[in-house]
Design a protein around this ligand. Sequence first.
Ligand code: GTP
Ligand code: MG
Length: 426
Amino acid sequence: MSCVDCGSSMSSSWNYCHCDGNAIGSEEIEDDELFTEEETHEFESVLEKSGYAEHMNQLENTIDNYTKIQIKVAVSGSTGSGKSSLINTLRGLKANDKGAAKTGLVETTKEPTCYLFPNNQNFSLWDLPGVGSQNFPQDTYLDKVRFSDYDFIILVSSSCFTTEDAWLASEIITRFPQIKLFFIRTKIDTDLTNKEADLGRTLTYEEKVYEMKIIKDDICKNLAINGITDQNIFLVNNHKASEFEFGQFTEKIVIQVSSLKQNAFILSLDIQTAEIVPFKIKLLQKRIAKVSKQAAKAVVNIRKITTTISENDILNKEIHMYMQQLGINKQSVDKMAKMYDVSRSSNEVMKAIAFVTKRFEEKMKELKDKRETEKPSAWYSLPFIGRWMELRKYQKESYMILRNMLNACFEANKIVFNTVGQLLRR
Ligand SMILES: Nc1nc2c(ncn2[C@@H]2O[C@H](COP(=O)(O)OP(=O)(O)OP(=O)(O)O)[C@@H](O)[C@H]2O)c(=O)[nH]1
Ligand SMILES: [Mg+2]
């Protein structure tokens, strides 16, 4: 894989590239991130027009608008190819988890079934029966599944492309050229195990890479026969997202999904891959300026209207989002261990989580004590320049807390990843 910032290739997908792009930074806050004079004027006129509570609601909606964007993904392919298993892995679930898609050796997906992402109900994955299955014959397939409704389509196969797969791929490309198509070849683990059984020995790393190349070349050749070139093809093991090309697959979706939906996709994915985490960090970092402005607005108003969201609520919610997005809590670590099939949390991981939690409690307590001892904001009675400067002062305080906490979560995330990486290499 290569770094999203510097482009250099990384030897292991379980370590971050330590180029400057990934660093969150701890120096002074850039002036263009702080309240401008115009924004202060705007804030005042909005307060007059819609009132404080309404304005805070609107702000929250704007900051979290990624959860309002609809993303619909179709997953199709022949019976037993691993569609439902792939959907589970993308949703960060194992087949025996609550709410997971049913998987099995006999035909299980008979009707299109919708699965929502746990932290974004507007992001849906559709498990579609394959072409030629009982209720979905080839001649009515396209009318029945209505591919035009989807943002992208994933075609799953577990062996050589069937004639139905090839037909479907060329129909999609001809009829819906605007929709991105991804080809997923599952069960690579089984192919390699079979090869080892044939040879009567374990394959070396280089031999595995060579076998994977043969499989990929074969898919390319089959697609090319049907006039399909230059496609997104990824080889995966649905049971272990850490193996083969699962991470590259998620990264490619991020790159190819329209920019409007990109943020929604990144923040909704509840699976930690080394490819996705740097995207998550960049997005969370970008939110700091907006969220710290919201927090500052809460401070200057809190003594006027007490029924609405406070500075403390805003920071609390945002920092919990960092922890959830970067997997810094016991629940996420357990989930990651389960997904990657490694023994549960090492001491080092637990220490990293405890460190973040402790720092979070300390920071919030410091802020609470500060607010309790300082004079109530006389914001409304200050001259304009005073109101502007006060907003900036409060914003800087929450900005520093958020940046500090994002840094702490980033460091803890590196420890989690490196630990999982080491366990996987054993
Ligand atoms: N080893 C291995 N087994 C897999 C993989 N993907 C799926 N399986 C297994 O293959 C079987 C079929 O997987 P499903 O996900 O149910 O396949 P499907 O395409 O949804 O099947 P239908 O719903 O019947 O069309 C299950 O036993 C899975 O555990 C994989 O990448 N590797
Ligand atoms: Mg299924």
